[in-house]
Design a binder for this molecule. Sequence first.
Ligand code: NAD
Length: 295
Amino acid sequence: MDDASPPPVSGRLLDGKALAARIREELQERVRRGLEAGRSRPGLATVLVGDDPASAVYVRNKRRACEQVGLANLHRQLPASTSSEALLDEIAALNADPAVHGILVQLPLPAGLDEAAILEAVDPAKDVDGFHPRNQGCLLQGRPALRPCTPRGILRLLDETGIELRGARAVVVGRSNIVGKPVALMLLERHATVVLCHSRTRDLAAEVGAADVVVAAVGVPQLIRGEWIRPGAVVVDVGINRTGDGRLTGDVDFEAARERASWITPVPGGVGPMTIAMLLQNTLEAAWGAAGEAG
Ligand code: NAD
């Protein structure tokens, strides 16, 4: 570390809420222009099985955001007792419906339903969550495909800081299929040198301490200590943890990390709103192509 350069006094807030609001406005404008040009309205189908209260809130927020930007929403609410066969039939119907361009099956599914089989049943061209093995395989091979929403939102946030990812050392903590692994691949695609840490990593503090970019996606409050952060690093906190008094907190010790980071996302108001914005963008692109433009 260069002793001559003073560490930043306090990291700038990487405001996902504000960026997501801007993106939603842009999408709304694109939808408006597309419809004016005679295109058919893009539609997102949300599928919620059972009555998990957190899932119900997530789906409600996604549906509301969808309608706000002018996308059609088709919602399927199914009882927790739904059989795999019935759910597969529902997905087959949505796959065949020309008014549906994106399909989102809210996870987790009730016990007894085979999540992998259900996700695989979604038409990859309508898989706006980017969880289908085909789309994940395309990501692995660097081929164009629908990218998962949270990792896509993380990359957008990083771009907002102006950081040069090419050659940067990026450390991702957490190796889930929905966040850790895909974000690591997307950082690699952008030519970062990527280290993927997980529960068996030997010296997490040392790995994080060497990073220009830290992405924490674990689900353990305060796991990433402020003093681990290399001065000037960009910190993206994906974690959503509920504290005893009902507040939300991330995986990073925010106040201490902010003293050292150049940029840091808050929780809430960081990655969460970006996930929804990217879901809308994926739906628009699934309907009208990657440019998402009219004409
Ligand atoms: P997951 O539970 O599937 O995986 C957690 C990962 O963390 C695992 O790969 C595990 O190896 C790793 N891990 C666990 N303990 C560790 C430790 N002590 N040290 C290092 N690594 C450790 O997680 P997920 O589904 O990727 O979610 C992670 C967090 O992100 C959760 O808090 C979740 O709520 C949140 N999340 C937020 C959004 C969003 O939009 N903001 C989206 C998805 C997930």
